[in-house]
Design a protein. Structure first.
Length: 188
């Protein structure tokens, strides 16, 4: 399988676009900065309320479903960032600030898992929480890289590859564990 090389100039444009998106989110009025994560939480809640399809949808569906956790909660962490205190034009990257964002996002993951446990055909899984946490961690790591003035195309490529790899690893672990052990590591 051949890989497609992405020119540094193109990755540089991606870095510029990500910074522009960050400036846009940080420039929103305060009420809008609250509405975006609240709306995303509502969407997560709604998606968790759906009864799953019949069993045996396949390994790919299970992997995609588990990977969706990393995406959903990574986006939540990203939408929570504009609520954090600022340092200059960017969010203050202090460990306590990032820890608070991660705690809110992962805490909502716990709330969502508890909610799912009451939906017929759904369950609550510690492994889903692990995948949520990996998505949050990876998103915050990439976001911190994007706002670093020393960021470059090579580093962005490395950060994105590591983030995608870790999210795939967490989703894959959750999927395989569920296939091998069935009802294991569930929250009661």
């Amino acid at each position: 399988m051949a890989t497609v090389a992405v020119p540094d100039a193109e990755v540089g444009r991606v870095l510029a676009a990500l910074r522009a998106a960050a400036r846009f989110l940080l420039g929103l009025p305060r009420p809008a900065r609250w509405l975006l994560p609240a709306g995303w939480m509502g969407l997560i809640w709604a998606l968790s309320s759906f009864r799953p399809g019949p069993p045996g949808d396949g390994l790919q569906f299970d992997l995609f479903s588990n990977l969706a956790h990393a995406f959903e909660f990574g986006v939540l962490a990203l939408l929570l960032l504009p609520l954090a205190p600022r340092e200059g034009e960017w969010v203050r990257a202090a460990p306590v600030v990032l820890g608070a964002i991660a705690a809110v996002a992962i805490g909502y993951g716990f709330v969502d898992e508890h909610h799912q446990s009451g939906v017929p055909g759904r369950d609550a899984s510690v492994l889903d929480l692990l995948t949520d946490a990996v998505g949050v961690f990876c998103t915050l790591k990439v976001a911190l890289y994007v706002i670093d003035p020393r960021a470059d195309a090579y580093g962005l490529r490395r950060e994105l590859a590591a983030a995608v790899g870790l999210c795939l690893l967490a989703a894959g672990f959750s999927t395989v564990f569920g296939l091998v052990f069935g009802d294991g590591l569930w929250i009661r």
